[in-house]
Design a binder for this molecule. Structure first.
Ligand code: 2NL
Length: 346
């Protein structure tokens, strides 16, 4: 082969390679060109093999040209590679850009049901008075739900509680939380200060103030020398903690078979302040609970000697307390789980 032929081949190879490099659109295309020209079986390598056939005097000159061509191809590869790699990074940065100023998606937060919230608030107040929170079973027996509370079978006072029975002999759905207090008396020794919240059931004609399912919170205190004065002072303090320290309270006579004497407990109306309004049926007073001194017979059923121990008890309807706080007129709303109602108590 002639020296001039080889030199011409090398220059053609260079022009060809530089054009291909300039036209390469991405890094893999560039790497293919590099392999095709500079690789072990590449075109430049093949040309250089022809050098061996030249006369010894010509070899250095062709070698010099080959080195210049190699240098030019390598420089072009490096420059174009840098460009392509740089723009690849830029393209990725643009495509994957995150707007850190975009507001986050709101997380929907749960909230306590207004009945549970009311129970917790009542509980927190009585805990400050040293009461301990207990729970009893919802399926009870006639003995604990009625007889031990001085409500014998066939007694007219049974008519006060329209009972739902379950398909197990002698079992019923508790009509009040009081049987839980009987269980507390059996389980604990005086002094007893128990608060018992829970779900109760009655067979009712349903209306705005009667549901077949409702909540009560009941309190029981038993100790030596417990008096009606203790009951009155405690309930007065409870009403002031719940409705405001300025609120007046009053006791009226009441009737329950399990307490003697029995009382109804009223707080000055929180809406009108006592002057009379629809919220308090124009009386100026809201009745918030019933209470009394535990009947000696009930203490006995609880395993306690009424000659040594006296006690008082009180019970309130949680829906009623919640209604008075939130001016809700219909207690059926609490059990419907309609979010349009519940969302208002967040
Ligand atoms: C009301 C009135 C009341 C009681 C509940 C009670 C429990 C025992 C002994 C004596 Cl173990 N009494 N509980 C006493 C008086 C009233 O509830 O209207 N609740 C909604």
């Amino acid at each position: 082969m002639e020296l001039t032929d080889l030199t011409r081949d090398l220059e053609a190879l260079r022009d060809d390679a530089l054009a291909a490099i300039a036209a390469a659109q991405d890094v893999p295309a560039l790497e293919a060109i590099e392999l095709d020209v500079l690789g072990r079986k590449g075109r430049l390598t093949t040309v250089l093999r022809g050098i061996g056939a030249l006369p010894a005097d010509d070899r250095p000159r062709v070698g010099a040209v080959a080195n210049v061509v190699r240098g030019a191809v390598e420089a072009a590869l490096a420059e174009r590679g840098g460009m392509l790699r740089g723009s690849a990074l830029e393209a990725r940065l643009a495509a994957e850009a995150i707007d850190v100023t975009t507001p986050g998606r709101p997380i929907r937060r749960g909230a306590l049901h207004p009945i549970i919230e009311t129970i917790r608030e009542i509980g927190a107040i009585f805990e400050q008075f040293g009461f301990v929170i207990y729970e009893g079973p919802e399926v009870e027996d006639d003995l604990t739900n009625f007889q031990m509370l001085n409500i014998p079978p066939d007694h007219p006072s049974r008519d006060l509680w329209d009972t739902l029975y379950v398909d197990i002999d002698g079992r019923l759905l508790r009509t009040h939380t009081s049987p839980g207090q009987i269980r507390v008396m059996h389980a604990e020794k005086p002094p007893i200060r128990a608060l018992l919240p829970g779900r109760c059931y009655r067979y009712e004609a349903i209306d705005a103030s009667h549901a077949s399912e409702f909540f009560q919170v009941e309190g029981l205190m038993v100790d030596e020398g417990t008096t009606m004065g203790d009951l009155k002072g405690l309930l007065d303090q409870f009403a002031k903690a719940m409705y405001g320290a300025d609120k007046r309270t009053r006791f009226r006579p009441g009737y329950y078979p399990f307490t003697e004497p029995s009382v109804a407990f009223d707080v000055e109306c929180v809406v009108c302040g006592g002057s009379g309004c629809p919220a308090c049926s124009k009386t100026g007073w809201m009745t918030i609970l019933g209470a009394g001194m535990v009947h000696p017979v009930v203490l006995q059923y609880g395993g306690l000697d009424p000659e040594r121990y006296q006690g008082f008890a009180f019970g309130m309807g949680v829906e009623r307390i919640a209604n008075l706080r939130h001016s809700v007129g219909d207690l059926r709303l609490y059990m419907e789980n309609d979010l349009r109602f519940l969302e208002q108590f967040r």
